[in-house]
Write a protein that binds this ligand. Structure first.
Ligand SMILES: Cc1cc2nc3c(=O)[nH]c(=O)nc-3n(C[C@H](O)[C@H](O)[C@H](O)COP(=O)(O)OP(=O)(O)OC[C@H]3O[C@@H](n4cnc5c(N)ncnc54)[C@H](O)[C@@H]3O)c2cc1C
Length: 483
């Protein structure tokens, strides 16, 4: 039993912008709460900072092993970078969405709670709209002709070692197994690799732009600033094949929704106290090797250990005393480089099964329909290129792909400027995986660190958050058992 009750109401996160000019702040979702209940004035075994999937799996596993737990979350809901919103009685994933049966940790949760999959229709469309020349020239091609060419180039792009990347990441779930192998390529940016590919094979200018669009959608930003090794990690986890990587990252969703999974995991905890709407401002290790955390409203809680699961890009906002190791401070200060936009648009007229690509820095790099009729479009763009709150601007950008399309509403969440996230899915800069990943993962007992941003397997994904959380569970158990 957990110490919390279920509810469904409006979170402060997200927005809906309607064609009639009405702008609603906040989206309807499950498990939003403002009150604080069952939080005891006691020393806990573990304080977990952050109630995303890394925090939730740690809370479940450790509470079920008899540990006393306080979970403290800055926002008014659980789920972190994922939540299922209800808009006009339909459900939409505002953050993390697509999963796959070959992602072992998330699939295990699907099995545990009896969840099933649904499919995003546009991920397997027959036709694609390609936007060239700064969004001024549109071309429609059939996927049957086009995908084999694109995927062949992407396979070549990924084949950095002539062995499909297998010598670099022979065990995709253990990217740090051979640091020497990854160091040889970690200095490369995505743009460096694209330049190498252009020297190796003939790529016509249109195909180059499409490659750019596809890759920029993945990195959510400038290819020159994004590391090639993160691409290779996704590719190796996608069985060293572009087609399979696309299927694993962009096609299948949880039918029940990510919020339902987060809630199922919380319900499955044993005696976890949960504080929502409570940002942590400082984490101090005492002389007795205990943890004292301070909240923004001045409350102090103590524990034997803490698991810090806040996103990498906001770790710098917490005051750690004594300070963390010098190399961890450096890695935290560097951050990771993702931070684009994701939005949902409901159209007035259906457009069928559809997908569009445009190269960086077009405000929309990739968009596709999500429902069978084609009323619902999910879109992605780099950095701050598109103000997704502005329905007219979103409609204008979509019209470049779909002539005359009319948008009824736009909704999403500005993850990039969310003070407790400041990113989307993680993507490391050149050199950071070999220099920073292990550093960021390293415990500094009694502090432990978990996040989808620092996982080994499926980093940047829900699966990675679960893997990293589970790894922490083992570390914390060992630590507490030995004291
Ligand atoms: C737009 C978008 C699309 C994505 N698409 C996919 C996808 O299709 N498939 C996929 O698998 N993954 C996707 N991801 C990535 C995936 O959602 C994340 O990797 C995963 O959810 C991270 O989980 P986490 O527990 O590590 O971190 P988070 O979910 O970020 O949880 C960390 C929590 O810490 C809290 N926090 C921060 N600061 C403080 C503080 N000071 N005090 C207390 N709490 C704090 C935050 O509010 C947050 O709730 C996407 C992410 C985004 C944003």
């Amino acid at each position: 039993m957990t110490s919390t009750g279920k509810s469904s109401s409006r979170t402060v996160d997200g927005f809906v912008s309607h064609v009639n000019g009405v702008f609603e702040h906040g989206l309807l979702t499950t498990f939003v709460r403002k009150n604080e209940i069952y939080v005891e004035d006691r020393e806990y075994d573990i304080i977990i900072v952050g109630a995303g999937f890394a925090g939730l799996i740690a809370a479940r596993e450790l509470s079920r092993r008899g540990r006393s737990i306080l979970m403290v979350e800055a926002r008014d809901r659980i789920g972190g970078r994922t939540f299922t919103a209800q808009v006009d009685n339909e459900r939409y994933e505002i953050g993390g969405t697509w999963i796959h049966w070959s992602q072992p940790h998330v699939w295990s949760e699907m099995t545990r709670y009896g969840f099933s999959l649904s499919e995003s229709e546009g991920a397997t469309t027959n036709q694609i709209s390609l936007l060239f020349d700064n969004g001024t020239r549109l071309k429609t091609v059939s996927t049957a002709d086009f995908y084999p060419q694109l995927f062949d180039l992407l396979n070549k792009f990924s084949n950095i070692d002539g062995q499909n990347g297998r010598t670099v990441l022979p065990q995709p779930h253990a990217p740090l197994a051979d640091l020497g192998a990854i160091r040889a390529y970690d200095h490369l940016s995505m743009q460096d690799r694209l330049n190498q590919l252009s020297d190796l094979v003939e790529i016509d200018s249109e195909m180059y732009e499409v490659l750019d669009a596809y890759l920029s959608m993945n990195t959510q930003g400038d290819l020159a600033k994004s590391g090639f090794l993160d691409h290779l990690t996704f590719w190796s986890l996608g069985d060293y094949d572009t087609n399979r990587t696309w299927d694993k990252t962009s096609r299948y969703k949880m039918r029940e929704g990510t919020s339902a999974l987060a809630q199922a995991m919380l319900d499955d905890c044993d005696q976890v106290s949960l504080l929502l709407s409570t940002p942590i401002v400082s984490i101090h290790r005492t002389n007795e090797n205990k943890v004292r955390i301070k909240t923004a409203n001045g409350k102090i809680f103590t524990s034997r250990t803490a698991i810090v699961t806040v996103p990498l890009n906001v770790l710098h906002t917490i005051d750690f005393q004594p300070v963390l190791t010098e190399e961890k401070q450096r890695a935290i200060a560097e951050k990771q480089c993702s931070g684009g936009t994701k939005f949902w648009a409901k159209l007035m007229n259906p457009i069928g099964n559809w997908c569009g690509f445009a190269p960086y820095p077009n405000p929309i790099t990739v968009a596709y329909t999500d429902d069978p009729e084609g009323y619902i479009v999910v879109g992605f763009g780099p950095d701050d290129a598109l103000d997704i709150r502005d329905i007219q601007k979103v409609e204008h950008e979509l019209q470049k792909f779909i002539d005359g399309c009319k948008v009824q509403s736009v909704f999403g969440h500005d993850w990039r400027h969310d003070p407790f996230i400041q990113s989307t899915w993680s993507w490391y800069k050149p050199g950071q995986i070999s220099a920073n990943l292990q550093v960021l993962q390293s415990p500094e007992p009694p502090l432990f660190f978990a996040s989808g941003d620092i996982s080994n397997s499926w980093r940047g994904c829900i699966d990675g958050a679960l893997q990293s959380g589970l790894t922490c569970v083992r570390q914390v158990q060992e630590y507490l058992n030995n004291r």
